[in-house]
Design a binder for this molecule. Structure first.
Ligand SMILES: N[C@@H](CCC(=O)N[C@@H](CS)C(=O)NCC(=O)O)C(=O)O
Length: 202
C-alpha cells in the first residue's frame, strides 16, 4: 500500500497529482503545515528534517519529491510519463525535471519565507527583491521553451509534474508577469487536468 504524508499548499501536491494521473490506490496522511505537526517525533522518524512529501510503501520510506516522482513512475507505471532514453526529448526531459528543484524552487522558498512564514518585523525587502529577480530570470528560459508547445517536452511527462507545479506556485505568488505569456497559457493547460485539480486541492 502506498501512503503519502502530505500538508496543504506544499510540494506534496505534486505527488497527489502524479498518483491521480497514474490512477493508483493510496492512503493520504493529511498533516497541518505547522511546526507542531511537521517537526513532531512521529514525522521526523519519517523525514529527519520534518518536511513533506514523504512516501511509504511496504516498509520503505522515501523523501525528496523528485525521487518520489521517479520512484512512482518507474515502479508503478508503464513508463509513459518518461520519454525513452534514446529519444531526442530525453535530455530536455531531464533538464526540466531537475531545473525545478535546482533553479526555480530556491527563490520560491525565499519568497514564501519573506512574505508568509516570517513575522512582518523579521522580513527583509532586500532579500525578497533578490529572490524575486532571480525567479524572474529563472522563469524566462522556461517561457521561451514553452513557445508553441502544450507541455514542456511537447507531450505530457513527469517533468510537467515537477516544474509545472512550481510554475503554478510562481503564478500564485504573483511572480509570473504578463511578459511570461507562454507560462500563463501552460498553467491554463495544467488546470484543465482533473488530476492536477486533485493535487492542488488535496
Ligand atoms: N527538496 C525537497 C523540499 C522539501 C520541502 O522543503 N518541503 C516543504 C514543503 S513544500 C516543507 O516541508 N517545509 C516545512 C519546513 O520547512 O519546516 C523536496 O522536493 O521534497
Amino acid at each position: 500500500m502506498l501512503t503519502l504524508h502530505h500538508a496543504p499548499n506544499s510540494r506534496a501536491g505534486r505527488i497527489v497529482w502524479l498518483l491521480e494521473e497514474l490512477g493508483l490506490d493510496y492512503k493520504l496522511n493529511r498533516m497541518e503545515f505547522s511546526p507542531k505537526a511537521l517537526k513532531s517525533d512521529e514525522h521526523r522518524a519519517r523525514h529527519p528534517l520534518g518536511r513533506v512529501p514523504v512516501l511509504e510503501e511496504d516498509g520503505t520510506t522515501l523523501y525528496e519529491s523528485g525521487a518520489i516522482v521517479e520512484y512512482l513512475v518507474r515502479r508503478h507505471s508503464d513508463g509513459s510519463l518518461i520519454p525513452p532514453h534514446e529519444s531526442s526529448s530525453f535530455p530536455e526531459y531531464l533538464q526540466w525535471f531537475h531545473y525545478c528543484e535546482g533553479m526555480v524552487m530556491p527563490p520560491i522558498n525565499t519568497i514564501i519565507v519573506q512574505t508568509i512564514l516570517l513575522p512582518p518585523e523579521r522580513r527583509d525587502n532586500t532579500v525578497l527583491g533578490q529572490a524575486q529577480r532571480l525567479l524572474g530570470k529563472s522563469l524566462k528560459p522556461v517561457n521561451d521553451a514553452l513557445s508553441n508547445r502544450e507541455y514542456l517536452i511537447g507531450s505530457f511527462s513527469a517533468a510537467d509534474i515537477m516544474l509545472g507545479h512550481s510554475l503554478y506556485m510562481s503564478n500564485r505568488l504573483d511572480c509570473v508577469d504578463e511578459t511570461m505569456d507562454q507560462i500563463k497559457r501552460y498553467i491554463g493547460n495544467l488546470e484543465k487536468r482533473p488530476a492536477f485539480q486533485k493535487g492542488i486541492s488535496a
